[in-house]
Design a protein around this ligand. Sequence first.
Ligand code: P6P
Length: 334
Amino acid sequence: MSQRISLTRYLVEQQRVDGHIPSQLRLLIEVVARACKGISQAVNKGALGGVLGSAGSENVQGEMQKKLDIIANEVLVEANEWGGHLAGMASEEMDGIYVVPNRYPQGEYLLLFDPLDGSSNIDVNVTIGTIFSVLKKPEGPGVSEQDFLQPGNRQVAAGYCLYGPQTTLVLTVGDGVAMFTLDREQGSFVLVQEHMRIPEDTREFAINMSNMRHWAAPVVRYVQECLAGQDGPRGKDFNMRWIASMVADVHRILTRGGIFLYPWDKREPDKPGKLRLMYEANPMGWLVEQAGGAATNGKQRILDVQPAKLHERVSVILGSRNEVERVTGYHPTV
Ligand code: P6P
């Protein structure tokens, strides 16, 4: 068996050998990974840990919070606030930014996360996960919400931890995408794949088909062509998947290709989409691009979108490059 490379060794080599990441960023990623191990433990307990079901509160998105949403958020905040590598955090589950308390040293990074993506799947034991994104804090004293409002092309690290049959960490620091599986006996993440690549073409699309009557014409056209199969304009049959956990759908695409769409729809025309730019679309968009795929909002590269609000939403089309370019090409140019 080839030598096992732990997450720690991978990060030290990214720092020392490749000079990709400074030590503070290496430390930050290790702390996030350790927090994800704790979340995995809580998720795995399920009903035995009394962690299922609703917390009886709503988040800033107006969505009912699950107990595990709040637990995962608390684990990430408590694990990251004291280390001296962060100036602040932002989370889907917190209305405003979380400034690192004065009793701890302030660092130069900003951590954004969806602590538990796919919450509607928690109580039915379907794969969920933590999504995170790291930005550098702009120069200057203190930290404000404005410091977080950077486009996704400014990320310095991004990844997710999948709580499925395995607990799997997928990460980029700008040198391709690496995947690690948690060895529970050792308690460490072990490198299982480096330089993951998304095939440029696919026969598999992921979208919530129940919303079809609400979509804009370009998305309707694309999906109808897929459904027409080999007798239609695409000349090939397609398969469909929809897990309703972005983190799980994106992991499948990183693993075997595919296209994921959560487009704008006319139910709430003022909302560009359901998914959040800063801590869902940006980290996933960078991972997908680092694996050779593409990620747009139908009109422009997601990573180039300039955020105006912390919890801004965005339309998402990501995955196999040729399919994303096709759907984006169906949209009128602005
Ligand atoms: P729908 C989970 O709540 C989430 O934010 C994403 O993880 C997922 O892709 C999407 O919403 C599912 O939305 O409308 O299909 O339930």
